[in-house]
Structure formats: structure tokens, C-alpha cells
Design a protein around this ligand. Structure first.
Ligand SMILES: [Zn+2]
Ligand SMILES: [Zn+2]
Length: 374
């Protein structure tokens, strides 16, 4: 017999949808919420997301909990009976866990109302193009502005029964990077009549490495990875176009700005040196996840004193999360929830341990219950 929130997780796992296309997911969540007693609930939808407010008994503040709801364009390779039924899409980042845990906590407080108001935020498009920032600026968020906000993310590398957290920076600043180079194509035997963009692209990739090595404080940290190069058409024609695709990660917002300035300077230099036209597109960018010191430390103490969950103080990671935009305006924190899977996040065989779902629900119910009465 599986717990109700494990079966909800399995239902949601079958229907992964990409950013801002989470129509079935939204409907599933709305149907479930409609099945609960409605006396204290107020519900507003925003695009494919949902805000659910539980009115407190004598509210002095609003505590928000955020769950992201989108899947990834990955073909699932597990043999699970509840594997994805949407070809080429998968909940490979655990957002199905995040949603079922949110519903579990919400259900608890519908049946056990507390003093303060609670706001549950079901956010679309975390994997891109990013739902947190527009949702933060949306009408319902302005109207029900929370005083604090929390979220979790599953962590395959930690055992079930553990959480990992730290005060301050948890996730990096991230930005995509696309650079297009346009020169002049020509016959492979007449290089002097053309401007070869394969040569320019190779030179640029090498130059980009100098930014982390020579422009970033060694006690700070940054990563520039070019994960894909494409250019040219055939072996004996000089390439007219080339494209670099990559990602930038930095531990500070200032470093992100500086790294981008250096990229722009190097690319300008390429235009002169290789007689070409270049353009830069940063795609989607996520602001750092920075955990509020006071609230995080208070939560850590609470976990140690009031639960049998093992708490690990972890290091920051170069991964990105658009929850950072919410934390930039509303004090709060995010933590890792151990789900012990052999395969990591965004892997086609990710199979998180479902025992973590009910553990997370009871931890959050007791923490929020305490925080919302104090
Ligand atoms: Zn992800
Ligand atoms: Zn995720």
C-alpha cells in the first residue's frame, strides 16, 4: 500500500510537460486541491502555475512554500510501471517530488490550520525559460506578498533521511551563452579570399579560457564551458558561419557581470582580428540562490532538535535554480532533500527513493507549523 502522496507523485511522473505547457499538470493539481475542504482556501491561477492561500486563524505574517512543476525534454529510460507516458519528456529533475510534497504539506494545513497565512506556489518553467521571475512580479504575488519563502530540491547523491543546507550562497549565478560568427565562405584552396569562421571559432574558444584563468579572483570561482561548436557545411568549403554554445557559472553576481564584459571585449576583438561579424545571446539566466542567514540557521537548529532527519551542512554548487529570484526579494531558504538515486539529476534513469516524500512532508509540516505559530 503506497501513501497517497506517493501515488500522486506517480500520477504526475506519467505526465511530464515542458515550461509553460504544464496544462495537464496544472489541471491535475487543481482537481486535487478542489477535493480538499475549501473553507480556508483561496486559489488563483497564473499562466500554467497556481497560487493557493490557506487563511490563518489570526495571521501576523504569510509563509510561502514554492514547488516547481515542469519536466525536461529527455526520453525516460527507466522500466518503472509509472514511467513517462509523454514521449521524449521526463520528470528527470524531481519536480514531481516537489509537487507531491507541496500537496502533502498543503493538505496537512487544510486539516490543521495555524495562526499565520500560508501561500503555496506551484511554479512553471523552472528548467527554462524561467517562471520564478515573472511569477514574482505577477498580480497574485503582489496581493499575497509572503514575508518568507522556502523550497527544497531533491538530491540523488544524499541518502534518504538526510537534508543538506547552508546559510548564504547555495547555488551559483548561471547564464547560457550563444555566440554566432559570420565571415565569408569560399573554396578550401583559396583561403586568402575568404574569412574562415572555423578558425575564428577555435581561437575564440581558447581565448574564453583566459577569462577564468586571468580575470576572475582565484578566491572567487567561475566556469565557462563551451559544450557545443558547429560551423561550416562540407570538408572542402571554408566555413562562412560558426556557432558556440555554452554556459557561464559564477559564485557572485559581480563576477557574472565581469565575465560577461570580458566575453564581450574578446568577441569585439575577434571581429577586428578575423574580419567577421559576431553576436552574443545570453539565453536564460538565473540569479544565485542565497539563503537568508538568520532563517536558515534557525531552520537548521529546528531540524536538529525536532526531527530524526540527519542534517548535513553542505558546500555551494555551480548548479542554477530560478528560485534565486524569489530569494532575492523575499527572505527564505532552499535545502537539498536526500533521495538516494544511482543516477543524477537530468539523467534518463533517475529513480529517486519515494520514502523521502512522506519524510519531507512531515518535516515541513512540523517546521512551518512551529514557524507559523511563533
Ligand atoms: Zn533541473
Ligand atoms: Zn530542478
Amino acid at each position: 500500500m503506497v501513501s497517497p502522496f506517493v501515488s500522486i507523485r506517480r500520477d504526475l511522473h506519467k505526465i511530464p510537460e515542458l515550461g509553460f505547457q504544464e496544462f495537464k499538470t496544472q489541471q491535475y493539481l487543481l482537481n486535487y486541491i478542489a477535493s480538499l475542504p475549501q473553507e480556508r482556501l483561496e486559489i488563483q491561477t497564473w499562466k500554467t502555475g497556481i497560487f493557493v492561500k490557506i487563511n490563518g486563524l489570526q495571521p501576523t505574517k504569510t509563509i510561502a512554500y514554492r514547488a516547481d512543476i515542469d519536466g525536461l525534454p529527455i526520453h525516460e529510460e527507466t522500466e518503472l510501471p509509472y514511467r513517462s507516458q509523454h514521449e521524449g519528456k521526463m520528470h528527470a529533475c524531481g519536480h514531481d517530488f516537489h509537487m507531491s510534497i507541496a500537496l502533502g504539506v498543503l493538505t496537512h494545513f487544510v486539516h490543521h490550520p495555524i495562526r499565520d497565512d500560508l501561500l503555496f506556489i506551484f511554479q512553471p518553467a523552472e528548467e527554462g525559460p524561467g517562471g520564478a521571475l515573472p511569477m514574482l512580479q505577477s498580480e497574485p504575488m503582489q496581493q499575497w506578498r509572503p514575508d518568507m519563502i522556502i523550497a527544497l530540491h531533491i538530491a540523488p547523491e544524499y541518502p534518504v533521511g538526510t537534508i543538506a543546507i547552508k546559510a548564504g550562497l547555495l547555488f551559483a549565478n548561471t547564464s547560457e551563452l550563444f555566440i554566432d560568427l559570420k565571415g565569408k565562405g569560399g573554396h578550401a584552396a583559396f583561403p586568402h579570399l575568404a574569412n574562415d569562421m572555423v578558425v575564428a571559432a577555435c581561437a575564440l574558444v581558447t581565448q574564453l579560457q583566459s577569462i577564468v584563468a586571468r580575470n576572475v579572483d582565484p578566491l572567487d570561482s567561475a566556469v565557462i564551458t563551451i559544450g557545443k561548436i558547429s560551423g561550416g557545411t562540407v570538408q572542402n568549403v571554408i566555413a562562412e558561419n560558426a556557432r558556440l554554445e555554452g554556459t557561464i557559472r559564477t559564485l557572485s553576481a559581480e563576477s557574472m557581470k565581469k565575465v560577461k564584459e570580458r566575453i564581450e571585449s574578446l568577441v569585439k576583438g575577434m571581429e577586428i582580428a578575423y574580419q567577421c561579424e559576431a553576436s552574443i545571446d545570453y539565453g536564460s539566466m538565473y540569479y544565485q540562490v542565497y539563503n537568508n542567514e538568520k532563517l536558515t540557521k534557525e531552520f537548521m537548529t529546528f531540524v536538529q532538535q525536532h526531527s530524526d532527519i540527519h542534517m548535513i551542512e553542505c558546500r555551494e554548487a555551480m548548479t542554477g535554480e530560478d528560485f534565486g529570484y524569489m530569494l532575492a526579494e523575499i527572505p527564505g531558504f532552499m535545502f537539498w532533500l536526500g533521495v538516494e538515486s544511482e543516477y543524477g539529476l537530468h539523467h534518463a534513469r533517475l529513480n529517486p527513493n519515494e520514502l523521502a516524500i512522506d519524510q519531507a512532508i512531515s518535516l515541513l509540516a512540523s517546521y512551518i507549523g512551529w514557524k507559523g505559530n511563533n
